[in-house]
Ligand binder design. Sequence first.
Ligand SMILES: Cc1[nH+]cc(COP(=O)(O)O)c(CN[C@@H](CCC(=O)O)C(=O)O)c1O
Length: 401
Amino acid sequence: SSVFAALAQAPEDPILGVTVAYNKDPSPVKVNLGVGAYRTEEGKPLVLNVVRRAEQMLINNPSRVKEYLPITGLAEFNKLSAKLIFGADSPAIQENRVTTVQCLSGTGSLRVGGEFLARHYHERTIYIPQPTWGNHPKVFTLSGLTVRSYRYYDPATRGLDFKGLLEDLSSAPLGSIVLLHACAHNPTGVDPTIDQWEQIRQLMRSKSLLPFFDSAYQGFASGSLDKDAQSVRMFVADGGELLMAQSYAKNMGLYGERVGALSIVCGSADVAVRVESILKLVIRPMYSNPPLHGPSIVATILKDSEMFNEWTLELKAMADRIISMRQQLFDALKSRGTPGDWSHIIKQIGMFTFTGLNSDQVAFMRQEYHIYMTSDGRISMAGLSTRTVPHLADAIHAAVT
Ligand SMILES: Cc1[nH+]cc(COP(=O)(O)O)c(CN[C@@H](CCC(=O)O)C(=O)O)c1O
């Protein structure tokens, strides 16, 4: 007998469980369009050349040890991460108003931020977009926050429900926390325009709503690191405060190294120092201190201008391949005369296309065509290749006719 005998089998994760099902499928034509992880034209995971170079340099460094990092992580990595997202010329960085702690990738950064806010911020409510990344509500609920939604996506136009967004944020209690995707909204691939971001910023500052940015795709949406950070930098430029969760999983291909950072932009330098001391109280009992290898790779690349440039080229190549998959899928559906308007495939940006297919159609495509995608109709364009686009187009065509 077991003291755990009463436990019922838990369901698989809606996103990561797709890979579990995909791996079990023996079909030679199966395609995994579930998890947002980059694949090459050959359908293989990619380790960036610049990452391999950085790792070789680290291994060849005889003085490199494996001591504990501080609770806040690798200091050089933290400084470079803040510069990457806020910009080297950021006034907040110049004025020492930014505290950055290395966390376990994007998820860990969101969780540490959520736990910090639940214990040390006066408002316990966080507004997250509807829809959003499936793990967001769980991360913030388990952090101790109350999760509410703000309208974000309009299924009718397959675009932003900007009116609904403004209404919902206008009616949020003063000081509420608001989760914002910095770029490449997951799962919709729909981002506000710069003008819309400015209206969001003004509204949020007028009601003292606290921005919590989630940046998991910087450089992946447009191919430009700076362009994809524009929304964030507009908020920092107004001198206000915000939280920022960064992930290097996708843009540096460090998925399994779990490399990320949480930054909090504070009103003054001495507040930033105190905030960092409190973040250490959150982290120490959670995992004590973060891993050494991943941030060492990132710091090696970010601090060397030649390696940084090589990274930007490899990043742009990944972004461009995803964009070419969009065009190829759109063209394939057009050539099949698949009923419906599929222009959102080429209008949406980032890793995902929110197809508009419903869960029955998704199930049909898995059953009959061995296409694996999340039940909300999201497909990871990075999982596609020139070879598999026709197969996906056939499946979509069959699903909608
Ligand atoms: C918006 C967003 N925020 C944070 C993360 C966390 O990433 P990480 O740095 O690995 O902790 C992800 C990954 N989401 C993709 C990867 C798989 C997953 O769900 O996790 C996804 O949506 O497929 C996001 O899409």
